[in-house]
Ligand binder design. Structure first.
Ligand code: SF4
Ligand code: SF4
Length: 137
């Protein structure tokens, strides 16, 4: 499995920038703006556009095949200072609990992402689907 989106948006809120950001149609909200986004992983290229478009920081991109025992998780990160490549950090889940150590593989800052940084974390594979944020050591 290649890099694929993970959308954690369970609340019925009037919002759909993820749908507009996705150029392959992999995310669909539809005419009812309060609908929960539907995801078609077959259409997802892992581009990450939805990560920076989502005001709720609810979109992530996960690669469960990063290495035999590790996965990568791309998360939005809007704080300063930014982490740097190779840095050890802590990964948090949706409840803010630290679930594992992680290291920073890449920090992507691009004008095409409206300058919202994306941080690629490397985490144990069994934690990857729970990672939602990072905390500096
Ligand atoms: S990662 Fe890219 S292709 Fe996949 S859902 Fe997000 S915007 Fe669409
Ligand atoms: S942009 Fe984010 S918060 Fe809004 S519907 Fe999409 S995933 Fe949910």
């Amino acid at each position: 499995m290649a890099r694929k989106v993970l959308v954690d948006c369970p609340e019925r809120i009037p919002c759909n920038p993820c749908e507009y950001a996705c150029q392959t149609g992999a995310i669909r909200v539809g005419e009812d703006l309060t609908a929960i986004p539907e995801v078609n992983l077959d259409l997802c290229t892992g581009c990450g556009r939805c990560i920076v478009a989502c005001p709720g920081q609810a979109c992530f991109v996960v690669d469960l095949d990063y290495s035999p025992h590790e996965a990568s998780v791309d998360i939005p990160y809007e704080y300063l200072p930014l982490p740097v490549k190779g840095q050890q950090v802590r990964a948090r889940n949706n409840e803010g609990e630290v679930i594992c150590q992680a290291h920073v593989d890449k920090v992507i800052v691009s004008p095409k992402n409206d300058h919202t940084p994306i941080v690629r974390l490397i985490v144990p594979k069994d934690k990857a689907l729970q990672v939602r944020a990072l905390a500096m050591e």
